[in-house]
Design a protein around this ligand. Structure first.
Ligand code: SF4
Length: 393
């Protein structure tokens, strides 16, 4: 689904579009079907397209190869021809930062003016999770989220979503997929953007990310988080079988409307019904409700009780997120004791309610801080350019 009325730049990863642009077609990030189409157009014998696709897909996504000569089960001559028509290159990493707590943040240039951030968080689910972006900017304006103040540039293509995983795998040295003790085992769609305004590309990306012959990340290790785009919740569950997270943050409509304007369009009653109807929902496939702790806004015992009431009958877990302030934000983080007593009330009602330790704050990689670094980057670029201009004779 295309996001609202903002005009979108046409994605450039379709075969026809790439052929028109010229130069080698970039295969990394594409799904099986697209790779097969390219091979067919390239002139691979029709009865061999399936076999060649399988081989190339496996080399790209299981082994992470960056050189055609590494594809040893493809003849030398064919490899030479393929290497002229197709490239295995990755997009440019503009900036890579590592936090004192091991969190890694990547700023990736997918195309001119299309920069996205993804964050690898170690020690999640005993291993680690990659937080990926689904859009550049966002149309929604959740008040606690700095990303929400950045206008939408466009939806990311499926390829650009997959590439975020490839970049992290490269950086962590986790090829091939079959190696033991990989740290990147989980994916969360909690980066920039609302994934349910980009469902087609998110669904296609998951087909590639979850393919057992490639990156091999199980669908139950993928969490798609939404601010509450009600009509897309069920179809997304059917299409992807991913775990669902709801960015909730308030348990009554009037407060949630203040914090998350989308609640005016899709009120809590409808949102909770969509949760109850979520495909595959059970005690072993609970919905995660994200709840950011805002001092004096949504953190009282009364709010905790409202939350319990709201979740009644839904297999759920509540993640309590200490608010990560950003310059100009209207909120402060709740006191630690307040967060703990809120967690106690929710916990006593039978809902797991872990308090999420903020990760990567020193590199502005924590929840809601992603845009800050991009802005800083751009501001510093502008300062540098201004300085250079002033210094030039
Ligand atoms: S929380 Fe998500 S949906 Fe809301 S403004 Fe931020 S990026 Fe957009």
């Amino acid at each position: 689904m295309r996001a609202m009325s903002t005009p979108l730049i046409t994605p450039d990863n379709r075969p026809a579009a790439k052929a028109a642009v010229g130069g080698p077609v970039r295969l990394v990030g594409l799904g099986r079907k697209e790779i097969a189409e390219h091979l067919e157009n390239f002139g691979i014998e029709p009865k061999k397209v399936r076999m060649r696709t399988k081989q190339i897909f496996h080399w790209i996504y299981n082994y992470g190869v960056t050189d055609w000569d590494q594809m040893t089960n493809i003849g030398k001559d064919l490899r030479a021809k393929l290497s002229k028509a197709f490239s295995l290159e990755r997009p440019e990493i503009i900036e890579r930062q590592i936090s004192v707590d091991g969190t890694r943040k990547y700023l990736i240039r997918m195309a001119p003016g299309i920069e996205v951030e993804s964050v690898f968080i170690p020690d999640v689910s005993k291993t680690g999770a990659l937080c990926v972006s689904s859009q550049v900017g966002c149309t929604l304006t959740c008040k606690f989220c700095h990303t929400g103040t950045q206008r939408l540039v466009r939806n990311l293509t499926a390829r650009e979503i997959v590439l975020q995983v490839i970049i992290a795998r490269d950086d962590l040295g986790e090829w091939p997929t079959t190696q033991d003790n990989r740290k990147l085992t989980n994916i969360v769609f909690m980066g920039m953007g609302e994934p349910l305004y980009n469902t087609e590309n998110v669904g296609d990306a998951l087909d590639t990310i979850c393919d057992p012959e490639g990156l091999g990340i199980g669908r139950r290790r993928i969490t798609v988080s939404t601010s509450g785009v009600v009509p897309e919740i069920g179809p997304m569950g059917e299409r992807t079988s991913a775990m669902l997270a709801i960015s909730l943050h308030a348990a009554n409509d009037s407060l949630r409307e203040q914090i998350m304007p989308i609640n005016r369009k899709y009120p809590l009653k409808d949102l909770m019904q969509a949760c109850r109807d979520y495909p595959g929902l059970s005690n072993s496939r609970r919905i995660t409700f994200e709840y950011v702790m805002l001092k004096g806004v949504n953190d009282s015992p009364k709010h905790a009780k409202e939350l319990i009431q709201l979740l009644r009958g839904i297999p759920a877990k509540v993640n309590l997120i200490p608010f990560n302030p950003w310059p100009g934000s209207a909120y402060e983080c709740s006191d630690w004791e307040t967060i703990e007593s809120f967690a106690d009330i929710v916990n006593r009602a039978g809902y797991a309610s872990p308090i999420r330790t903020p990760r990567g704050r020193d590199i502005l990689a924590a929840c809601g801080q992603l845009k800050s670094e991009s802005e800083k980057q751009r501001a510093s670029d502008i300062r540098r350019q201004t300085r250079l201009k002033a210094e030039s004779p």
